[in-house]
Ligand binder design. Structure first.
Ligand code: ZN
Length: 337
């Protein structure tokens, strides 16, 4: 085992047997940048994508899976296959539109579900990702449909088919997926966030593909012996008694859940005053990158940073705290910290 491989790898094997129990996010030692990136994505679902770059054993996958514990409950239309938001007039699937859209939904036709969180299997078929139709023309939703208003995790993104990753990013950019097979057609919202993990030592990933992700954060290999011992201790304790570990971290996990719920509530009112907007534009112009998609990335990241600080007015500090996540992978900053 490589010197930097901590026990997190061991943990991911263990979790396959204990599917429902995830190592608590708040028990991950250090890795503040990674945790921050994930909290921003959980707080603001309009952040379309985040890539976590760092060596094996730094808890990337554990942390990404860990956010499931504090994602909120969402309301969906009960007979909708694609988690349409019953109150969203802009985005409704073919079936919801046919039954009257927002005006066709009564309160008793709404149900609450956990925010979808889907780990994309490596080598998954195109039909499974995009959806398909049965012989009689019935729409069979793909991952881009059932992940609507949720998250898609691409563990070890370099192992996935690059075209598939590009397709997912393309669909997310549009926010709508139009599935057309022969004479069959189905249209549905596809507003998921993509979270990818990548270890540069496991293989190369096209730089242009990395730049497609709105935000990037790095993990660092822990050199501090005390931090390493603490990680091993926590991981061992979790393996021995997951319930006990979860109980001990319950307060912190509950705190994070409350933060995410509060953030999403504030997000509707979050605004970027002109002083902060000018700071965003100045940063982009300084790098000759004042492009609409990068403004979007900055705006959504800054709004997320604002609401997790219990505010609705983005400050210059909010801009400063997000700049590296948006620009780091675009200005050739070392991917490994
Ligand atoms: Zn629908």
């Amino acid at each position: 085992m490589h010197d930097d491989d901590l026990d997190f790898q061991d943990l991911s094997k263990f979790k396959k047997k204990e599917k429902e129990k995830f190592f608590p996010f708040t028990s991950i030692v250090g890795q503040q940048a990674m945790k921050k990136g994930l909290i921003l994505v959980a707080a603001n679902p309009r952040i379309s994508s985040l890539i976590i770059v760092g060596e094996n054993g730094t808890g990337k996958i554990t942390a990404a899976q860990g956010i499931q514990a504090f994602l909120p409950i969402i309301e969906v239309t009960s007979d909708c296959l694609t988690n349409c938001d019953p109150r969203d007039r802009m985005f409704q699937c073919t079936d919801c539109t046919a039954s009257g859209g927002v005006d066709g939904v009564n309160d008793d036709e709404m149900i609450e579900i956990k925010t979808p969180f889907i780990q994309l299997p490596v080598g998954v078929s195109k039909e499974r990702v995009l959806g398909t139709f049965e012989k009689d023309g019935t729409f069979v939703p793909g991952i881009v449909a059932i992940a609507n208003r949720g998250y898609i995790l691409l563990e070890r993104v370099n192992l996935h088919d690059a075209d598939m990753v590009k397709t997912l990013l393309d669909i997310r950019d549009i926010g709508i997926h139009n599935l057309q097979v022969d004479d069959n057609n189905y249209r549905h919202p596809a507003q998921f966030s993509i979270i990818a993990t990548y270890s540069p030592s496991e293989g190369k990933l096209d730089e242009e593909l990395i730049k497609r992700f709105q935000l990037m954060v790095n993990t660092r290999s822990l050199k501090d012996i005390e931090e390493r011992i603490e990680i091993v201790r926590r991981v061992e304790a979790f393996k021995e008694d997951p319930e006990d570990s979860l109980e001990k971290s319950r307060r912190e996990e509950d705190g994070l859940r409350a933060l995410i719920i509060n953030s999403r509530r504030l997000l509707k009112r979050a605004d970027i005053p002109s002083k902060s907007m000018n700071a965003i534009i100045e940063v982009l112009k300084a790098h000759e990158m004042d492009e609409p998609h990068l403004r979007d990335a900055m705006v959504e990241g800054v709004k997320a940073n604002t609401v997790i600080n219990d505010s609705v007015w983005a400050s210059i500090e909010d801009v400063a705290e997000v700049v590296d996540m948006v620009m780091g992978h675009r200005i050739g900053k070392e991917l490994e910290s």
